[in-house]
Design a protein around this ligand. Sequence first.
Ligand code: SF4
Length: 472
Amino acid sequence: MDKFKEECGVFGIFGHPEAANMTYLGLYALQHRGQESAGIAASDGQEVRVSIGMGHVADVFNNDVLSRLPGNMAFGHVRYSTAGESRLSNAQPFLIDCAHGQIGICHNGNLVNAGELRDDLVGRGSIFQSTSDTEVVLHLYARSKAPSVEAALVESVAQIPGAFSFVLMTRDRLIGVRDPHGFRPLAIGRLGAAYVICSETCAMDLIGATYLRDVEPGEVVVITADGLKSIKPFPPAPLAHCVFEHVYFARPDSYVFGRSVNEVRTNLGRMLAREQRVDADVVVPVPDSGVCAAMGFADEAGLPLRMGLIRNHYVGRTFIQPQSAIRHFGVKVKLNPVRSILEGKRVILVDDSIVRGTTSRKIVGMVRAAGASEVHVRISCPPTISPCFYGVDTPRRSELIAATHSLDEVRDFLEADSLGYLSHEGLMTAVGSGRTGYCSSCYTGQYPVEFPRDEKSYLQLALKLDKESIPR
Ligand code: SF4
């Protein structure tokens, strides 16, 4: 499907006799945040052991592999590559042994000056194992002369502006770090006496843990046998929570940035109905991403909500698309229209975003072919006009249809009867922030964290961007 690609998911647990098993389950719940690779590391207090592989969590781990990860603390990662290629050497956790002892790291986000720092480190003799931006943190940490693990970590992290939610683990402690802008979510929970740190609360639900609070922006949380210690070593910065977590990335059953994703997403649909009313017979979501917004839209508009498109949940990553002359074949494998719902109806089709527009055009065609008399497309966020530099894989700016076409041109391309987006004001009202607290750069082109000029070539390579779209 034509979507921004999810970033990564992180999960860690301290003080549980089945730490690796709990981490496996936690990552299973976070699978939607990355499907390219998965990894778990565990510590028995003496040694940190790691296991990683390409593919889904269930492909990489089984009982045998998990039994080789003993200890009462563990952490893990599911990855979608935002910086660095998709290959095993980039799969996390990264684990090193250095003057400060063993340490492993998992990262969700993107470090904006990683290329510059990497060149500098290579010039000073560092040898990199991966092309991932995350490895830079470990090199900075290993070189630090600071007297403690925490001090060395703070010294390293202070050098890397950008978006990061890290979970790190040494032989005897679990550490969570969130960047001062708070781009990516990171939550803390309890499971009996154990502590949990993870990207989204849906991972806590699966293992029966209770959500305590978020790791605050700019906070370092260190969990040891003595309990949880909080450090706030970084200067405060304007908040920039990624609003796209609410629009699309996070699971609707999660709480991120302290708010229910389902509630926010339903509000987006309500606001959209207020702003973009149209006479119609039925509201149909594009599953699964448009479901919550469509529910809010239908509620507010007083129209029936019907599942007029059915999604095939069994189309996996390994599906090989055979050559076929069937019209809209690729989308048809994933979605099928329900003729009895659509035939003769004026349909409002609700989705969360349009990226290139190619998939949306096919879906509109499918709904029309199933007999709809009118198709009105409604999108629960503003037009996506700029790429993301903070840990989300986006196409080039020139490929974002709303960046290069007017509203009418996009509507004509989709072959829809009408097209309406939620306004930026509507988005911010729905997430409940006024105008502050959230990053919405992919809708505005205004970036809260600047990029060193030398990053241009790196970003072009790593994030596949057009030169002119990289902020100065
Ligand atoms: S640019 Fe968009 S996707 Fe990236 S962090 Fe900001 S809101 Fe999220």
